[in-house]
Unconditional design. Structure first.
Length: 429
C-alpha cells in the first residue's frame, strides 16, 4: 500500500497522539508499505517539543512539514511559560489563549494549517506517490484536510481514525458556543459519510458513531495502540530515574491530569486514610505524578501528604523510565467519556502492577483491563482505592502478587497491533 498519513501530532511533539502516529507509521513501513506523513512544523520552544523523538522516525518514511499558521503561532504553550500546571492557577496569558482557542480556533488551533496541508497532499497524490490517505483525529483539522482531498480527488481511498470522539459525547466541548458546536457536528457528519473506513479505539466509541450518524458497521473497525518491547529493554538498561526510591513502594502516574476529565480527590482521600490508619505503610509509599495538573485549584489540597510529589512533564524516554521502574502505575479513566487513555498500552509493556481507577460505570477501561489482568480495577471511590493500595502492598510484602500483574501483554506489542491495522485497511481483492 502507498499510504499518506495526515496528522497534526508527530515527532518532535511529545504527546500521546504523536507517539501513536510515530509507531503506526514506522511499523507499516517495516511491513513493506510506502509511507509518507503530512504534518506540522513546530516551534522549538513549544512546551511539548522533544527533538530526540525525531531520531525514532524510520529513515524510509518521508515527512512533509507544513506551516501551522497564525492561530497556532499565537496560542501554543511555550517552555517555561507560566500556565495552569504545577501548584498555581491559570495565568492571564493562559486565559487569553483560552479565549482565542474557544472563539477563533475552529475546529482547533491548526485551522490555517489545513490549506498548506491540502496543497502538499494533493501535490503528492497527483504525482502518483500515494493512493490512500490515513487521517488521524487528534486534532480534527486532520480529518478536515482529508475530507477536502476526498472531495477533490474522489478516487483516493480514505481511512479516518478517531483516537477519541470529536463531537459525539465530548465533555471538552460543553462550554463551546452553540454555532461552533453545530458547525463542527455538520463537518464531522460529512467526514463519517465520505470516509471509506472509520476506525475507533473502543467498541463504545464505534457504537456511538454508528448510532449517531447512521454509519454502516461494515465500514468500521477497532484498532489499538502498543508498546515497543525492544525499546523498553533498552530503557531499563539506563537504570531508575532519580524520582524512584529503591526502598519504597513507588506509585507513578505519567502524563497530564485534566481535572475536567479526571477526579483525583478520591485517590487523595485514600492516601490520607492510609496515613492515619497505617502510618508505617504510609512512610513506605512514594507517589509521583509526572506531568502537569491543568488546574490544581479544581482538586483538594494535599500539602499534608508529603509522600506525593508533582514533577514537571518529562521527555518520552524519561517518562518511560518512570513507568518501567515503578512498582505500581496508576491508570485513571476519563469520566463521561468513551476514550481509552493512550498510556494504558504503554503500561502494558512494563512489568509493573497497574492500578486502574475507572472514570465512571461505563468506562471502556473496565473491559480491556479486566481482560488484561494486570492489577486491581476499582471505581473512583476512596474506600475502594484504599483497599486496593493496601492489598497491593500486602501482596508485595508476602510475595503473593499474581503472576499476571507483572507480565507484559504480548497482544499489544506494536508488531501485532500494526499487523492487525494493515489487515483492516487493506483493499480486499
Amino acid at each position: 500500500m502507498n499510504i499518506l498519513f495526515i496528522t497534526i501530532y508527530f515527532p518532535p511533539m511529545n504527546n500521546s497522539a504523536s507517539i501513536r502516529s510515530l509507531y503506526y507509521v514506522n511499523y507499516l513501513r517495516k511491513l513493506g508499505h510506502n509511507v509518507g506523513v503530512v504534518t506540522c512544523r513546530y516551534n522549538e520552544d513549544h512546551i511539548y517539543h522533544d527533538s530526540a523523538l525525531n531520531e525514532r522516525i524510520d529513515g524510509d518514511v518521508r515527512i512533509y512539514r507544513e506551516s501551522a499558521g497564525y492561530v497556532y503561532s499565537k496560542t501554543y504553550a511555550k517552555k517555561g511559560e507560566s500556565g495552569d500546571g504545577g501548584r498555581g492557577g491559570a495565568s492571564g496569558t493562559a486565559r487569553i489563549k483560552g479565549v482565542l482557542k474557544k472563539y477563533m480556533a475552529v475546529p482547533d488551533s491548526f485551522v490555517f494549517w489545513q490549506k498548506n496541508a491540502i496543497k502538499k497532499a494533493e501535490e503528492l497524490i497527483g504525482a502518483g506517490e500515494y493512493d490512500m490517505v490515513f487521517s488521524m483525529h487528534e486534532l480534527p483539522s486532520s480529518h478536515m484536510v482529508a475530507y477536502s482531498i476526498k472531495k477533490r480527488m474522489p478516487g483516493i481511498r480514505w481511512v479516518a481514525y478517531w483516537s477519541d470522539p470529536w463531537t459525539v459525547q465530548s465533555s471538552e466541548r460543553n462550554d463551546q458556543p452553540l454555532l461552533r458546536k453545530l458547525y463542527e457536528r455538520g463537518v464531522e457528519k460529512n467526514v463519517v459519510m465520505e470516509a471509506d473506513i472509520c476506525l475507533f479505539t473502543s467498541e463504545q466509541t464505534r457504537n456511538m458513531y454508528v448510532d449517531t450518524f447512521g454509519l454502516e458497521p461494515d465500514k468500521t473497525g477497532i484498532v489499538y495502540r502498543g508498546y515497543d518491547g525492544a525499546y523498553y529493554d533498552k530503557i531499563r538498561g539506563l537504570g531508575a530515574p532519580e524520582g524512584i526510591l529503591p526502598d519504597r513502594i513507588n506509585i507513578v502516574h505519567t502524563g497530564a491530569i485534566y481535572t475536567q476529565l479526571r477526579d483525583v480527590d478520591p485517590f487523595i482521600d485514600a492516601i490520607r486514610t492510609i496515613k492515619s490508619s497505617s502510618p508505617e505503610l504510609y512512610e513506605r509509599l512514594n507517589i509521583v505524578l509526572l506531568g502537569e495538573i491543568d488546574n490544581i485549584k479544581n482538586i483538594q489540597s494535599f500539602e499534608d501528604l508529603d509522600i506525593i510529589s508533582i514533577r514537571k512533564r518529562a521527555p518520552f524516554e524519561e517518562a518511560l523510565r518512570y513507568m518501567i521502574f515503578s512498582n505500581v502505575n496508576i491508570l485513571w479513566g476519563n469520566k463521561a467519556s468513551s476514550q481509552i487513555p493512550g498510556k494504558v498500552y504503554e503500561y502494558m509493556g512494563t512489568d509493573s502492577c497497574i492500578l486502574t481507577i475507572l472514570g465512571d460505570e461505563l468506562d471502556p477501561l473496565l473491559d480491556i483491563m479486566s481482560e488484561a489482568n494486570r492489577g486491581p480495577v476499582v471505581r473512583n471511590d476512596s474506600k475502594e482505592i484504599y483497599r486496593a493500595v493496601m492489598d497491593i502492598a500486602s501482596r508485595m510484602d508476602t510475595g503473593t502478587m499474581p503472576g499476571g500483574w507483572s507480565n507484559r501483554n504480548e497482544k499489544y506489542r506494536w508488531e501485532n497491533v500494526v499487523a492487525d491495522l494493515a489487515e483492516k485497511i487493506a483493499v480486499k481483492a
